[in-house]
Design a protein around this ligand. Structure first.
Ligand code: GLV
Ligand code: MN
Ligand code: MN
Length: 419
């Protein structure tokens, strides 16, 4: 087993931080970080990651969705997959996604430099579509790697009306090659990911690293109210069919239902489409997208049912048309106990206490779990802040995470997962 001095960990942290900053400078906008799937910024970020992978001694390829793959051969055909994403939300922080890719590159580079073949191969994966910030679908890159890409996604359009299929072609890729992006089940031993926690637990408990037990389940409900446009000055209040007022009521209902679960379920509306969207026109058509998450499948299902019923009552009372569509249904995804244990041992070997915690955020592991067992290591982030330019993880914690990933790889035994 490799042993790491504080100087080694500081050097790994400094290198990783410089790489995070380099990727964080690649943005569509000068004053905030926006790096969407299949854009020129995605291309630049992918090229930089490919360059790092080559420098680390990996052979580099790209699949049909633009996922950059760095491969280090092992003695056997089995592979340990290590990944995260290089796309961002709008006005993002620098760490969500890139940190996991960078940790993978640095850890794989450690073994490539040592010149001693591992019993299994390593594949470092830089996915381009985890956030779903461009098209109304998430995890399409990792779904393709897991052999579970939904062809229907190709028809989805971004805010400018460009379809996924056309964006793919403009990026120089062909949808016909997507099936070939899938790893074979008999070669993918496991998928692991290093990620910032995006929440406050590790900081509160004063621990740098945490072992993830499960990624919580998620439902997206698109709720569309159909009312009638009218003059904001002339139509009496009791004669209106205002779709936005109904959406406001529905959002407060969602908030109340989630609060009533005392922390078991969280519900958010982060996006509203209001039409026609003019100050002096009564809103005729509103789409509110509810993002509902819970570690408990039953609690999430119950809240979704109550919300659907409540929303129907709001539409009836206000004489509005209504459609409710579920656009995302992801069950709670457990992390494999043996992978949790290997991460815990690697963290303990570095002198830290491996806290176990669930993930409230979505991750590529949810898609990769369709292919193979998954595991995740969380890194403390300041104030638990994420999806925000204030997002920050300290270089010492990042260095520890890379060292823990190296220790994990040394402990990894693909035989535990062969079947
Ligand atoms: C992605 O970060 C998500 O949890 O939505
Ligand atoms: Mn992420
Ligand atoms: Mn994110």
């Amino acid at each position: 087993m490799a042993s790491f001095s504080q100087t080694d960990i500081d050097a790994l942290g400094a290198r990783a931080e410089a790489m995070v900053n380099a990727l964080g400078a690649i943005s569509a906008e000068p004053d905030r970080l926006v790096r969407l799937f299949l854009t020129p910024e995605h291309r630049r970020a992918a090229d930089l990651v490919g360059h790092w992978m080559r420098d680390a001694g990996l052979s580099v390829s790209e699949d049909a969705l633009g996922t950059v793959r760095g491969h280090l051969p092992g003695e056997e055909a089995k592979r340990l997959l290590i990944g995260s994403h290089i796309d961002t939300v709008v006005n993002a922080g620098k760490y969500d996604g890139p940190l996991g890719v960078i940790a993978g590159v640095l850890a794989a580079g450690h073994f490539a430099r040592a010149g001693r073949q591992l019993p299994f191969g390593l594949d470092v994966l830089a996915f381009g579509d985890e956030e779903g910030s461009r098209f109304p679908a998430t995890l399409s890159s990792s779904s393709a790697c897991a052999g579970n890409f939904r062809p229907g996604n190709l028809a989805l359009a971004d805010r400018d009306g460009v379809t996924f299929q056309d964006a793919l072609a403009a990026y120089g890729k062909s949808a016909a090659d997507i099936p070939a992006a899938a790893f074979r089940r008999d070669e993918a031993a496991a998928y692991v990911e290093v990620h910032i926690e995006q929440g406050p637990v590790l900081e509160t408990r004063r621990e740098p690293l945490g072992v993830v037990t499960a990624i919580i389940g998620q439902t997206y409900l698109n709720v569309e109210f159909l009312g009638e446009a009218g003059h904001a000055g002339t139509v009496p209040m009791l004669m209106r069919r205002d779709a936005l007022a109904a959406a406001a009521e529905a959002m407060l209902l969602g908030e109340q239902l989630a609060r009533d679960t005392k922390g078991e379920v969280v519900a958010t509306v982060g996006r509203l489409a209001v039409s026609p969207g003019a100050t002096n026109v009564i809103p005729a058509n509103v789409v509110a997208i509810f993002d509902i998450r819970s570690a408990s499948e039953a609690a999430r299902a119950q809240l979704v049912e109550r919300l659907r019923a409540g929303v129907r009552a709001i539409a009836d009372k206000r004489h509005l048309g209504l459609t409710i569509t579920s656009t995302r249904e992801v069950p709670t995804t457990p992390c494999h106990p043996a992978l949790q244990e290997a991460f815990a041992q690697a963290v303990r070997a570095l002198g830290a206490e491996p806290l176990r915690l669930g993930s409230g955020a979505g991750h590529d592991g949810q898609a990769m779990a369709k292919l193979c067992p998954i595991g995740m290591l969380f890194v403390r982030c300041r104030g638990g802040i994420s999806h925000n330019p204030m997002e920050y993880a300290g270089p010492r914690d990042i260095g520890l995470a890379v060292a823990a990933l190296i220790g994990f790889i040394e402990r990894f035994d693909p035989a535990l997962f062969s079947g």
